[in-house]
Each structure stands twice: as C-alpha cells, then as structure tokens.
Write a protein that binds this ligand. Structure first.
Ligand SMILES: Cc1cc2nc3c(=O)[nH]c(=O)nc-3n(C[C@H](O)[C@H](O)[C@H](O)COP(=O)(O)O)c2cc1C
Length: 255
C-alpha cells in the first residue's frame, strides 16, 4: 500500500490495543520522518515518540485520546509553521496506516510546561498511534465530508485530473472536521480559499489542517504523475472576498 491508497482508507483511530510495537516498526517510523517531504524546508522540525504502554504519559485535554504511543511534533516558530507541520504529520499518519497502525491528531492535548519547548523548538501537536482495536480502514465514500458541490465552485468543466486532486483535498482531515477550505477550479488549476476564522485559539489548528489538505493534493499529484506547484498568485490575492480569504493555488504545470 502506498500513501495515496492509505489516503483513501485512513480514518482517525480512537481505540487502541495496548500492545508494544516492534523495534523495527518504531525505527521505520523514525526513518520515514527523516525522509519526509516538508512544505517549507526552511522551517526546522523535530519529532519525539512517547511510549505510553504503562499509561503514565496520558496527555491532558478535553478531546485527548488514550493511546499506547504518542508522536510529539516540535517546530521552529516561523511564518506558516503550523501548515508545514500539518503537511508533514499527515504523511506520517498515512505512512503509519500503510504499516497497519491507526492514528489520531490531538489538537486539544496539552503538554506540561517544561515539555512545551524542545531545544529552541516549540511544541505544535501530538498524535496518538498504535495498533487499532477494531477496524483500521474505512471506504472513502464513508468519510464524513462535505460534497465537492459545497466545497468547490467551477469556472469551467474540470478534467479528470483536477477532479482527482479535488477529491484528495476533500478527504483531508481537519480539526473538529470543520473542513475550513473552499476551492475554485478554473483554467486547469485549483485556487484555494480559507473560511475566515477570527478565533485566535483555532487559527493554529486551521493552519495545521490546511497542511494536511496540501499534502493530500501533492500525494495525489504524485500518483497521477502531475507536476503541481502550490503558489500564491498575485492577481488573486489582491482581490477581496467577504467570507473567505485566498490562501494559494495548486497550479498544474503543462508538459
Ligand atoms: C489539527 C487537528 C486536530 C485534531 N484534534 C483532535 C482531538 O483533539 N481529538 C480528537 O479526537 N480528534 C482530533 N482530530 C481528528 C479530527 O476530529 C478528524 O480528523 C476529523 O473529524 C475527520 O475524521 P477522520 O480523521 O476520521 O476522517 C484532529 C484533527 C486535526 C487535523
């Protein structure tokens, strides 16, 4: 199974078997992180893996999930660091799925103060993971997501490739499943907008969610052998939208 296939099957896992993972599995997760593509390579990140098999390292927080392992993600606090972290973490989550492991982002989980900084990097998010208790996968058709008709406006009839990219974006996980993105498909490209969110507390989670969605677009592009650039187009960014804000465009490069 590759990341694209996992993308169509992944769901958040909230119940786990309290079984240890093999050294080899944990090593493979670490090795995948070392090679993982980031969105902004100029932003330094680091991960840590906490073994919680003794249940002594449960994170605090209203929606925290009890799991045998936690991935903790730290990042330099540069512009758009949370988007970058989401881009990386979704690939980690999909990779875990290919190993038969479930995972769940924990945007609400809190770390004790002394653990919120690692070297000079700041804590971004935790992700629960481990062997799932029950079924790991679900069909993409069963994912609770808004239909494309609600998420996307079409300026022209999109081709099959653009539809596939949009479908991949639609499936991305978001905090509280808010799906804060909207799309405009025009001229063989996808312009991406964010529903305005004025609540500071949720802005980081929204940005992180955008990162997961961008990773879905790029994984699908890879699968389809498409050259896609995620870039801001100035002629769009200068326009003023009432309820949403322009983020960037997925521009499909011609052969
Ligand atoms: C940034 C972010 C934060 C999240 N935080 C939590 C959380 O604290 N607790 C939880 O149970 N799920 C959390 N989730 C999982 C979402 O609720 C889940 O991805 C969404 O409902 C879609 O469901 P699915 O992942 O099963 O497709 C988070 C997801 C994202 C992207």
């Amino acid at each position: 199974m590759n990341l694209y296939e996992a993308m169509n099957l992944r769901k958040s896992t909230r119940r786990y078997c309290w079984e240890p993972l093999s050294e080899d599995t944990l090593k493979r997760i670490g090795a995948f992180y070392e090679e993982v593509e980031s969105l902004f390579p100029g932003i330094r990140t680091e991960i840590g893996i906490t073994d919680n098999l003794d249940r002594k390292h449960m994170p605090k927080g209203l929606f925290a999930v009890k799991a045998p392992y936690y991935l903790t993600v730290y990042s330099e606090r540069k512009d758009r660091y949370a988007v970058n972290a989401g881009y990386i973490c979704e690939q980690m989550s999909l990779y875990m799925h290919t190993l038969g492991l479930g995972s769940c982002f924990l945007g609400s989980a809190k770390l004790p103060k002394k653990k919120r900084v690692h070297d000079d990097l700041t804590f971004v998010i935790m992700m629960a993971f481990g062997k799932p208790e029950g079924i790991l996968s679900r069909r993409s058709a069963d994912a609770k997501r808004l239909p494309l008709q609600k998420l996307c406006t079409y300026r022209d009839e999109p081709g099959r490739m653009i539809r596939e990219l949009l479908e991949a974006a639609r499936l991305a996980p978001s905090a509280f499943n808010t799906q804060p993105w909207r799309f405009v498909a025009a001229d063989g490209n996808i312009h991406i907008f964010s529903k305005k969110n004025d609540i500071d507390q949720f802005r980081m989670l929204d940005e992180f969610s955008f990162g997961t969605m961008f990773s879905h677009i790029m994984i699908a592009a890879d699968e389809l052998w498409l050259d896609v650039d995620l870039i801001r187009l100035e002629n769009i960014s200068q326009k003023d939208f009432k309820k949403s804000q322009y983020v960037l465009s997925a521009v499909v490069r011609e052969e």
